[in-house]
Design a protein around this ligand. Sequence first.
Ligand code: BTN
Length: 250
Amino acid sequence: MEIRIVEETTSTNTALYEEGLAGRRDDCMLVAFRQTNGKGRRGRDFYSPVDTGLYLSIFLHTEMEVSKAMLLTPLMAVAASEAVEKYIDDSMSIKWVNDLYYKDKKVSGILTESSPLTLDGKTEFVVIGIGLNLFEPEGGFPEDIKNRAGAIFYKNIKNVTDMSHNELVDFKKELAQVILERFEFWYSKFPDELPVEEYRKRSYISSRWVQILDGPEVFVEGISDDFGLAIQYKNGSKNILKAGEVSLVL
Ligand code: BTN
């Protein structure tokens, strides 16, 4: 699929979403080096400074049930982990459902948005966006996120501190390309074969206690075959969460 690269946009998700509403039919990837209005889940901002991050979205013109479209978030989590791991010696962790962690810090978030639904409840298009903190911004992360945000490449990547602006741009283009390759690999098997094993082995919260957002503390037994979170409540009853947000109990 086509890759478009821009220096700056409001949000790669919003840009592609608007193109979708205006009638875009072709799948594509939009990469930006900076977003002025990066969006996170639950209406939060996604801090998207120039130079230190990579922001991209994939547009898929596809009719599917929303429950199926939701599986594209963990699919992207696996694809991006595999891509990044080509450049580091250890593995990424995936915090259910849409965050990538590295060395116990959130280094990436994923936001999947569906088009308005058709009358029979299907998507017309889906936009899957991911933002990666490649390096730590000069002066560190902003106060409100600095305790949990981190960067992937501190001293992992060879000669990173010596990279010129152009080399950095080339590196980001290459990484975006590798993410797309891994995404297309898994998407070509979707939904018959899902990268659940690849997700499980990176799961950050399996066998740990977490707090469900606005809910109780539960024990995470693992990841179900359709990327649900298999949990056990303190009273022993079990459930599988299909969506939501949890935080680690420390
Ligand atoms: C989250 O952590 O809550 C999700 C963050 C998703 C950020 C990416 S950056 C590329 C794409 N464009 C956006 O505005 N958001 C997503």
